[in-house]
Design a protein around this ligand. Structure first.
Ligand SMILES: Cc1cc2nc3c(=O)[nH]c(=O)nc-3n(C[C@H](O)[C@H](O)[C@H](O)COP(=O)(O)OP(=O)(O)OC[C@H]3O[C@@H](n4cnc5c(N)ncnc54)[C@H](O)[C@@H]3O)c2cc1C
Ligand SMILES: *[C@@H]1O[C@H](CO)[C@@H](O)[C@H](O)[C@H]1NC(C)=O
Ligand SMILES: *[C@@H]1O[C@H](CO)[C@@H](O)[C@H](O)[C@H]1NC(C)=O
Ligand SMILES: *[C@@H]1O[C@H](CO)[C@@H](O)[C@H](O)[C@H]1NC(C)=O
Ligand SMILES: *[C@@H]1O[C@H](CO)[C@@H](O)[C@H](O)[C@H]1NC(C)=O
Ligand SMILES: *[C@@H]1O[C@H](CO)[C@@H](O)[C@H](O)[C@H]1NC(C)=O
Ligand SMILES: *[C@@H]1O[C@H](CO)[C@@H](O)[C@H](O)[C@H]1NC(C)=O
Ligand SMILES: *[C@@H]1O[C@H](CO)[C@@H](O)[C@H](O)[C@H]1NC(C)=O
Ligand SMILES: *[C@@H]1O[C@H](CO)[C@@H](O)[C@H](O)[C@H]1NC(C)=O
Ligand SMILES: *[C@@H]1O[C@H](CO)[C@@H](O)[C@H](O)[C@H]1NC(C)=O
Ligand SMILES: *[C@@H]1O[C@H](CO)[C@@H](O)[C@H](O)[C@H]1NC(C)=O
Length: 582
């Protein structure tokens, strides 16, 4: 009782001083259920970390922020050569993937250790995890879960660090880092719904690794556009997962036959359509980092097939703006037939112009793909707009992907907070003129519009077999708005994020019926006011029930994840995760 009183006093002090670190260590109970962070009473001692490391066979990594080489800090000394090298590689995904702590979405690092800041700027862990378990098997997950439960530490699941909403980082957290779990095998899978060969993939297998493996065995599979995104983590679990073969084979979550997963109690479960069906359903689309730590996914494969791909680019100039937008409008009207024919498209519209980078059409010949794009090519000729377009046919999927999807350099770490909406097919059909004028206004305000189109209702998958929001299956395309990211001024980025959420995106929302406001959660707004409905649609309540059944103590948290509104990061208390309202 005495301790409790004293602790409450300490808590009161927390609200009145910024010098919380100087306070006596705090026991968990007075933190009202907040997670512990370094410096707290029950944060593990060095000896505990060291023995934990021994039980893991040395797989514990203490975080040294990548950019510590650009500053003088407790994490290390300035090293001009290493800092220059880091700066020149900062925008490549590999730089962050190879680290146990770095992430690609710069907004969520809060510039706590930034390579572009001057040498004398501070370098602290900020929102980076404190430690990571470089996992190689499910028992590593179990050991990590036991430790975080015992010490009331925040847990983060980290695979590649691609997540745009910083879901794979967190202040004072221990990360389970899955990226090195690269096992991949062809298995014979027999179930009432699927009989045949399938690929069983460890949690760290990337998109390009899955395509190459399938190709070597005469198959093709559904996967992302970006080669370095993980298949098993955020991509397949997060609302579907789109990419070059998705209109042909189906969205990522539809491919799941079985998940191996360690739950919050440390149990290793197999979830499929006859065993732990509710967990199977939730993992197949209900969001990464929420229900358990997946160690493997078994997914469908398909016989390899001839594939064509196309790209296109034409410039924007103010004096030909009307003609430019007439062509772009024609491109929008071509989308339904393109995606219904099995094609995927990713394109950008900015003040520089239009780029299709690319369209992938597995199963189609070069002429078939050209025919689908011919209305756009004709419009370009009609308006006499110079353009570049390439269309090529390959005898299998992998070379088409390698030639077209790896051509454009993938620049990460310059991505601002995004905001997006799935545009329903009926909205495209009925409100195209208004849509085009909103997009045109966005372009004039310096917003880059990045969009992707797939058709995920034609592969014969029952909508209730996965937790992918059924409304997503009626979407003609996903429209993402992106502003520029300011590498040095964090306040500017906050202002831009707010403008996006409260002023720009509502212009698009107005053109979509109120009960059909949806976004792809992996490319959505981190501060989406109605994220439950917008990211999860009608499935939110059922997903929350499943989460509570498997994770009653809420050890899994990811921003905008199911149940995440019960928590917040308390910046006044070191960024620790605290129950909402406390
Ligand atoms: C450059 C770039 C290109 C992209 N291209 C595409 C694309 O073509 N198609 C597309 O659909 N999306 C794309 N995305 C979005 C991508 O799908 C998401 O960022 C996704 O969250 C990445 O998953 P990850 O596992 O690779 O990343 P991470 O950031 O490591 O993890 C993402 C989320 O999944 C959770 N998670 C990871 N592994 C596991 C696991 N084993 N068990 C449970 N939870 C786990 C994490 O906790 C986190 O919440 C792209 C993103 C970027 C930055
Ligand atoms: C864990 O042990 C390995 C091998 O002994 C060592 O290299 C690593 O630095 C240790 N990790 C921590 C956080 O001490
Ligand atoms: C870093 O150095 C610059 C110039 O030498 C100075 O203006 C700035 O105040 C310093 N910043 C910090 C955080 O010490
Ligand atoms: C993580 O483990 C893999 C082996 O699974 C090893 O190759 C890699 O170097 C390790 N990375 C770090 C940072 O410890
Ligand atoms: C689910 O997994 C269990 C255990 O491996 C297996 O016995 C069962 O056949 C699987 N069900 C399906 C539908 O594959
Ligand atoms: C289009 O494809 C061609 C041929 O593969 C390639 O040379 C070119 O760089 C690509 N253009 C874009 C904008 O991706
Ligand atoms: C593709 O179209 C061109 C021009 O219309 C035609 O000459 C050619 O024979 C077609 N190729 C195939 C394989 O049909
Ligand atoms: C990536 O983006 C940054 C910031 O916008 C820019 O400075 C850099 O030149 C880009 N790099 C590449 C390879 O496009
Ligand atoms: C078209 O836009 C109007 C607003 O102008 C909106 O009320 C309506 O719901 C939209 N229709 C469709 C089918 O999206
Ligand atoms: C997807 O294709 C099917 C036909 O294959 C069509 O009925 C459906 O309307 C298409 N969906 C969208 C969103 O265009
Ligand atoms: C960012 O860091 C500053 C301290 O440099 C802190 O005051 C602020 O609360 C942090 N914000 C977030 C969102 O992490």
């Amino acid at each position: 009782m005495e301790f409790r009183l004293q602790s409450l006093w300490c808590l009161a002090l927390l609200h009145t001083t910024s010098c919380y670190a100087a306070l006596l260590p705090i026991k968990q109970s007075i933190l009202n259920g907040c997670r512990s962070i370094p410096g707290d009473y029950n944060w593990p001692s060095d000896a505990v970390w060291s023995s934990f490391n021994s039980t893991l066979g040395g797989k514990l990594v203490a975080t040294t922020p990548l950019a510590s080489v650009c500053h003088d800090s407790p994490s290390g000394a300035y090293d001009a050569e290493k800092c220059d090298a880091l700066r020149s590689n900062w925008f490549a995904p590999e730089t962050h993937i190879d680290s146990s702590s770095s992430i690609m979405a710069p907004f969520f690092t809060n510039n706590s250790c930034d390579p572009f800041f001057p040498r004398n700027a501070s370098c602290s862990l900020g929102n980076y995890v404190s430690y990571a378990v470089n996992a190689s098997c499910a028992s590593d997950f179990q050991k990590a879960i036991a430790l975080i439960r015992h010490h009331n530490i925040r847990l983060v699941i980290r695979n590649t660090g691609h997540d745009y909403n910083g879901k794979s980082t967190g202040a004072g957290a221990l990360a389970i880092w899955t990226y090195h779990m690269k096992d991949i095998d062809l298995v014979d899978y027999k179930s009432p719904g699927y009989t045949g060969l399938a690929i069983k993939m460890g949690a760290g297998v990337s998109v390009i690794e899955s395509y190459r493996f399938s190709h070597e065995h005469g198959f093709a599979n559904s996967g992302g556009d970006c080669p370095t995104v993980g298949v098993v983590g955020g991509w397949a679990q997060g609302g579907g997962g789109h990419g070059p073969a998705v209109s042909k084979f189906g969205v990522g979550a539809d491919q799941a036959l079985e998940w191996e997963v360690v739950t919050a109690t440390g149990e290793l479960l197999i979830a499929n359509q006859t065993q732990n069906q509710d967990l199977f359903w939730a993992l197949s689309g209900g969001g990464g980092g929420t229900y358990g730590v997946v160690s493997s996914m078994t997914m469908r494969v398909y016989p390899d097939l001839k594939s064509s791909a196309a790209n296109m680019t034409f410039a924007y100039s103010k004096h030909t703006a009307d003609a430019f937008w007439d062509v772009v409008r024609t491109f929008y009207t071509s989308l339904p037939s393109l995606t219904a024919s099995g094609c995927f498209a990713i394109w950008a519209v900015s003040s520089d112009g239009f780029t299709l980078y690319p369209a992938n059409c597995p199963g189609l010949s070069e002429n078939e793909t050209r025919a689908l794009l011919s209305p756009v090519l004709s419009k370009l000729k009609q308006h006499d707009i110079p353009y570049d377009s390439f269309i090529t046919e390959f005898d299998s999927f992998l070379p088409s992907y390698e030639a077209y999807n790896l051509a454009a350099p993938k620049n990460v770490s310059n991505s601002p907070p995004l905001a997006s909406r799935l545009v329903p097919r009926a909205t495209l059909d009925q409100n195209l003129t208004q849509l085009t004028s909103v997009f045109r206004e966005m372009q004039s305000r310096g917003v880059t519009l990045v969009s992707t189109a797939v058709n995920i209702s034609q592969q014969g998958f029952a909508a209730d077999q996965t937790s992918v929001d059924p409304a997503r299956r009626n979407a003609a395309f996903s429209a993402i708005f992106a502003t520029a990211y300011d590498q040095t001024d964090y306040e500017t980025n906050i202002a831009r994020a707010n403008e996006m959420t409260y002023q720009l995106l509502p212009k698009l929302e107005r053109l979509i019926p109120a009960d059909q406001q949806r976004a792809y959660m992996n490319e959505g707004d981190f501060q989406e006011p109605k994220f439950q409905e917008v990211f999860y649609g009608v499935n939110y309540g059922r997903l929350l029930g499943i989460k509570d059944r498997y994770d009653p103590e809420q050890i899994f948290y990811a921003l905008t994840g199911v149940g995440s509104d019960r928590w917040y990061e308390d910046q006044a208390r070191g960024g620790r995760l605290c129950p909402a309202g406390k």
